[in-house]
Design a protein around this ligand. Structure first.
Ligand code: ADP
Length: 229
């Protein structure tokens, strides 16, 4: 669950109110698109959710953690409750696809047996089983992003945050990326996806939260044009 209660974020430099009295709630298992033009406050919202920033006023709750009083030493544990996907993939270049995914499980002390089962399962989910031995440089952008999705999902987090995940991908392959995120969402993981791509949002529909100048301008469900079900 993600909840913001009356959140303001004020940047002293420039005197900018990046978010003004924002309240919203996203329940477990939802898939939400977050949209808004440049400067609307999307990055600031994500930074609150990952606890890179704390609000000037108001409270933020994520995955059962009250981020207002989360101790610094607990932040790494909190971050393990979420998976992140970025526009620029952020794979480890000298590790194979398999090892990129296994790596996140090793650093969180999963057993070798679990890793041997889990990595092929998540690679299958993103349809990349046949690329397990490839290195990131040998993959297309769309394939690299699918590895990044597999890696984010491997530890089975309650929440996945995708920050412009289709930003560096050919437009026709963007749909496939969202389809995969939808499949992951069907496994029960909450997915928040920030995007600029109106065509994608129109095609898939669902809950849309639109930010405008630091305010929630629209928060509702729209029907999708595409045949996504
Ligand atoms: P978006 O991600 O939607 O483009 P941001 O959250 O990055 O929006 O920015 C919201 C507002 O806050 C903008 O006016 C931006 O200039 C300002 N802002 C963002 N980060 C900082 C910062 N570190 N210092 C000062 N102002 C900032």
């Amino acid at each position: 669950m993600v909840e913001l209660k009356n959140v303001d974020v004020h940047y002293k430099e420039g005197g900018v109110d990046a978010l003004n009295d924002v309240s919203l709630r996203i329940n477990d298992g939802e898939f939400v698109f977050i949209v808004g033009s440049s400067g609307a406050g999307k990055s600031t919202l994500l930074k609150l959710l990952t606890r890179e920033k704390t609000p000037t006023n108001g409270r933020v709750f994520v995955n059962g953690y009250n981020l207002s009083n989360l101790k610094n030493r607990k932040i790494p544990y909190f971050r393990r409750s979420m998976g992140m996907i970025f526009q620029d993939f952020r794979l480890i270049p000298n590790l194979t696809v398999y090892e990129n995914v296994a790596f996140v499980l090793r650093v969180t002390d999963r057993s070798s047996r679990y890793i041997r089962q889990r990595v092929p399962y998540v690679l299958n989910l993103v349809k990349l089983n046949d690329k397990a031995r490839a290195y990131p440089s040998q993959l297309s952008g769309g394939e690299q992003q699918r590895v990044a999705i597999a890696r984010a999902f491997a530890p089975d987090p309650g929440l996945i945050i995708a920050d412009e995940p289709t930003g560096n991908i050919d437009p026709e392959l963007s749909y496939e990326i969202v389809e995969i995120l939808k499949d992951i969402n069907k496994c029960g993981t909450t997915v928040l996806m920030v995007t600029h791509e109106h065509d994608l949002v129109k095609y898939f529909g669902g809950r849309i939260i639109s930010l405008k100048k630091g305010n929630v301008d629209f928060d509702d469900y729209i029907g999708g044009d595409g045949d996504s079900e």
